[in-house]
Design a binder for this molecule. Structure first.
Ligand SMILES: [Zn+2]
Length: 290
């Protein structure tokens, strides 16, 4: 096994949701049908747990409250393996579609369900589809009120579905949320000649050859000397998931591209760099509450 080239430890995060809960499928698989669909997330998440155990790595699992209700044993297994349990909201509704009051209720309910199921304190929150941006930065104060210590809900890039390109690339205390003690820890991006590129996971990681990601993360380590946040989903390792009919080409391409290569790529990523839970990698910023 190759030794990680640098002493930096990065944060590995997994957004635990079913394949049919992604935003791109919402017009094809209606909410009222979710309960009738067989779960695939538990098996895929257990594969990830095995993978992490083999590499002695720990991660943060941002889990939907909906999944925690359906798969309580999985939640306990995540906690028992030494990973951090965090919230991905109740039902994967983008924050941009929620009122401040509804968002507060949703964030609070998911935290309570996860804490009751996992038996641990939940400190972190990730918004569905990175749906916190400049227009709804009120969400940070709601997250603090809902009992969270940190958020990792901003992708500070320009993208057609999400992104807050003007946001800092490194942990920041959102204005308006100072004094309520919540820090935002954005997903990793690469700054190249003044332009930002995504390198924190998702479609980017599956689209380009692995060496592009390795180069990006090595550059983050050596040039910037900062810990980054990487994310992926259990459904990205589930090449056997049922194919959803009637999707546009873009959604189809983004969702199904290179699913069979994902496990090998994650394995290589685990070997090439050092990874840990968000609450440990960013202990200083999360702890430094104003
Ligand atoms: Zn998600």
């Amino acid at each position: 096994m190759a030794t990680p080239a640098h002493g930096l430890t990065h944060a590995l995060t997994i957004d635990v949701e079913e394949y049919f809960q992604v935003a791109a499928f919402e017009s094809r698989i209606l909410r009222q049908h979710w309960e009738n669909l067989p779960s695939r997330v538990a098996d895929s998440t257990r594969r990830i747990l095995d993978l992490l155990a083999r590499h002695e790595a720990h991660a943060t699992f941002f889990v939907l409250g909906w999944v925690a209700r359906r798969e309580p044993a999985l939640i306990r297994q995540i906690v028992a393996a030494g990973h951090e349990l965090a919230s991905h909201g109740m039902e994967h509704i983008q924050v941009t579609r929620q009122s401040p009051a509804a968002f507060l209720a949703d964030a609070t309910e998911s935290r309570l369900i996860l804490e009751q199921t996992g038996g641990v304190r939940v400190r972190g929150y990730r918004a569905s589809t990175y749906s916190i941006g400049q227009a709804n930065a009120w969400a940070f104060a709601q997250l603090a009120a809902a009992g969270y210590d940190y958020s990792s809900s901003v992708y500070p890039i320009r993208h057609d579905l999400y992104g807050w390109p003007e946001a800092p690339r490194t942990p920041f205390w959102p204005s308006g949320a100072t004094g309520v003690g919540i820090v935002e820890i954005p997903v990793a991006t690469l700054d190249l000649f003044g332009r930002r590129y995504p390198c924190g996971g998702g479609g980017f990681f599956r689209l380009y050859p692995y060496r592009v990601s390795r180069w990006a993360w090595q550059r983050l380590q050596h040039r910037e000397g900062q810990a980054g946040v990487f994310y992926f989903h259990p459904w990205e390792l589930d090449a056997g998931q049922p194919r959803v009919a009637g999707l546009g080409w873009k959604s189809r391409f983004r969702h199904y591209l290179n699913l069979t290569r994902m496990e090998t790529r994650i394995t290589t990523l685990l070997r090439d760099f050092r990874w840990d839970r968000m609450d440990r990698v960013f202990a200083e910023v999360i702890g430094a509450r104003s």
